[in-house]
Design a protein around this ligand. Structure first.
Ligand code: IMP
Length: 205
């Protein structure tokens, strides 16, 4: 596959590593940092799709290059789909992963249904048109946090079919189950189709 580089509109190094591991050597994923772009990416909306669009939009206005972004939420059945699109700020303005997890575990105290899913939406701007790719990972919320790999809610999320949480897996193993990988697979399939008809010069060199 002749694709060389594609800009990923994110400041999250974990996401860059996971997407790079998911797409293999077919695409070199370039982070904002690697591209020398230092900018906050707002997530002001109530849907993953709108936030993903906003993120690439911010970068596209600067670079005018094909690029992609993603937004992810943890949707917990017993909480009516919360924290969902608000996953990053679940515990409030001074939220961090530890506080978010604490709040989640107390919200689920005494509840039998601990089913949850991660949902990722990747949004790609390609030759001036927008495309969405979704990936879902079903699982459940454990009663205690463990592990220190990954990020966010990984210490309490166990995907269906696994015997431990994401934070006890390296990124390769997480990618067997991961929402982000499933969305990335769809992105790669799309790009494969496109490069059959498009010239390399339309990628960032
Ligand atoms: P974002 O808005 O897409 O950056 O993601 C929102 C929040 O969801 C993040 O701050 C993390 O807390 C959480 N999150 C996103 N993806 C993952 C994941 O793969 N594992 C664990 N938590 C995640």
């Amino acid at each position: 596959m002749p694709v060389k580089k594609l800009l990923f509109a994110t400041n999250n190094a974990h996401k860059v590593a996971e997407i790079q591991s998911a797409v293999g050597d077919q695409i070199e994923v370039v982070s904002l940092r690697e591209a020398g772009i230092d900018i906050e990416l707002p997530e002001p909306f109530d849907t993953l799709n709108e936030n993903a669009s906003e993120k690439w939009g911010t970068i596209y206005r600067l670079t005018n290059e094909n690029c992609f972004s993603e937004d992810t939420g943890l949707e917990v059945a017993a909480l009516g789909g919360a924290p969902g699109v608000k996953s990053a700020r679940y515990a409030g303005d001074d939220a961090n992963a530890t506080r978010n997890i604490e709040k989640l575990l107390s919200a689920l105290e005494g509840k039998e249904n601990r089913n949850a899913r991660f949902r990722t939406v990747i949004s790609l701007v390609w030759e001036g048109k927008e495309y969405f790719f979704e990936g879902i990972c079903e699982g459940n919320i454990l009663k205690q946090a463990s592990g220190n790999q990954g990020f966010g809610y990984d210490p309490v999320f166990q995907p269906n079919g696994a015997d431990r949480c994401f934070a006890l897996m390296d990124s390769k193993e997480k990618n067997i189950y991961s929402h982000r990988r499933k969305a990335a697979d769809k992105l790669v399939s799309f790009l494969k189709e496109q490069v059959e008809t498009l010239n390399n010069s339309q990628f960032i060199k």
